[in-house]
Design a protein around this ligand. Structure first.
Ligand code: ZN
Length: 269
């Protein structure tokens, strides 16, 4: 968290900055372990506003609009442990492998991020150690402890997406995202599609990959955990009532998908 910069020690987080990791229901016994990489949009005080006007810092480029309320509601209704990141993806994206260009974006959609231009390797490393590492270390610790205690564990990574991207309208209300786990996502898709009036994306608007994701490949696939990403269109969860309603819906459907799995297979990890 500190850099000896020609004799000047630079701390990225000071005592007035919030801790990077937010947790809820840490003692929850649900098989679902919820993560939210883009839950918050905090910026360390030492980085100011990254050179951006306030309206850019509340857009999707800064965080996943609405997902915090959904994650909180889902955690509550499932009794599931939630681990979430409070800092903006514009500071460092916790769902990107560190070092790739989109990890600390110099440009996001069409917006140049002045505070991320000409960043030294050391400055990038400081952000990683202060924000990215504690979050992923905590997820790894929690998974380790659950496996040690033989707790069934299904990783659910929560996100939201914009209704329009690059001029293209996205019709889906919700999508499941996956790559190597082909067990849970089809069952969740089945239950989502059984809901009236829901437009459901199968690996839409994104699919998971090792290059464009971190949480599912590292904590889910590499650990052999069942997993799925969930993307909800942000205009549906911009307000409290939408967030609560989606939390309630997913708290009903995820256990149904899990029940299908446990009925069909030998005991899972
Ligand atoms: Zn996201």
């Amino acid at each position: 968290m500190a850099l000896d910069n020609g004799g000047v020690i630079t701390l990225i987080l000071d005592t007035q900055d919030v801790p990077p990791v937010h947790e809820d229901n840490a003692l929850g016994t649900s098989p679902f372990l919820l993560t939210s990489d883009h839950y918050g949009r905090a910026i360390p005080r030492s980085l100011g506003d990254l050179g951006l006007p306030p309206d850019e810092l509340t857009r999707h480029i800064a965080w996943d609009i609405g997902i915090a309320g959904v994650a909180d509601a889902l955690s509550k209704h499932l009794g599931a442990h939630l681990i979430a990141q409070r800092y903006s993806r514009l500071v460092i994206d916790c769902n990107r492998p560190p070092g790739v260009p989109s990890s600390i974006p110099r440009i996001s959609e069409a917006t140049i991020i002045p505070g991320n231009e000409a960043l030294t390797r050391e400055a990038a490393q400081i952000r990683r150690e202060a924000i990215f590492d504690p979050y992923h270390r905590r997820i790894a610790e929690v998974i380790e402890a659950r496996l040690r205690n033989s707790m069934p564990t299904v990783l659910v990574s929560l996100h939201s997406f914009t209704p329009v991207y690059a001029g293209i309208i996205r019709p889906w209300h919700i999508g499941t995202l996956y790559h190597r786990d082909t067990r849970l996502p089809p069952l969740l898709l089945k239950w989502l599609r059984a809901e009236p009036d829901l437009v459901v994306g199968d690996n839409e608007p994104y699919a998971v990959s090792d290059e464009t994701d971190y949480t599912i490949p590292v904590h889910g696939e590499a650990r052999g955990l069942m997993n799925t990403g969930i993307e909800i269109r942000q205009d549906l969860i911009a307000e409290d009532n939408g967030q609560r309603a989606w939390g309630v819906l997913l708290a009903r459907l995820l256990p149904q998908a899990y029940q299908d799995l446990t009925a069909a297979e030998a005991p899972l990890r």
